[in-house]
Design a protein around this ligand. Structure first.
Ligand code: FES
Length: 171
């Protein structure tokens, strides 16, 4: 068994600190609506989805974001919720790829939850996509939305959380 020299220790410690810094930098980029990838910050696209008045309580509005291979759902909850946008602060959106193995979750309007048909994980869109029960160990990624009062439009502008099966949200 080889011994760790002082030089090796300092080199490895420095590497650890650098990796930690890169991770924090990545988070900062995500907060600024971009993904840091290989030293380049890739911007999230801004995609106008629908007029807020067209989204009804209990009727999920499907869309894809940030690319066609990433299904998502826009929901009107009916009362203000954390992270909700729009005139009533009740519009939220999430990736519908289950964080366990990527099956597509569906909205159960009666239970007001997103349910996975594969291994029965349940997520709460009224609490930021929090996992309620099941095999998944991560919350559903939240799609960051912006509301434009001038034309009542809702746009997707970023993803909060890593999409299932990806190393980066922007491919
Ligand atoms: S894929 Fe959703 S719980 Fe397994």
């Amino acid at each position: 068994m080889s011994k760790l020299t002082r030089r090796d220790f300092m080199r490895l410690s420095g590497g650890g600190i650098a990796a930690g810094t890169a991770s924090v930098t990545g988070l900062a980029a995500a907060a600024g609506h971009g993904v840091r990838q290989g030293g380049v910050t890739l911007p999230y696209p801004r995609v106008t989805l629908v007029a807020a008045r067209e989204v009804q309580v209990g009727v999920p509005h499907g869309f894809a974001y940030p690319d066609p291979h990433s299904p998502c759902v826009l929901l009107r909850i009916g009362y203000p919720v954390p992270g909700g946008i729009g005139p009533d602060a009740d519009l939220v959106a999430h990736s519908t790829m289950c964080t366990h193995m990527g099956c597509i979750v569906t909205y159960d309007a009666a239970a007001r939850t997103l349910k996975c048909p594969c291994h029965f994980s349940i997520f709460d869109p009224e609490k930021g996509g929090q996992q309620v029960c099941g095999q998944a160990t991560e919350n559903l990624p939240r799609i960051v939305l912006e509301y434009q009062p001038a034309d009542d439009s809702i746009a997707a502008v970023a993803v909060d959380g890593l999409l299932y099966g990806r190393q980066a949200n922007i491919l």
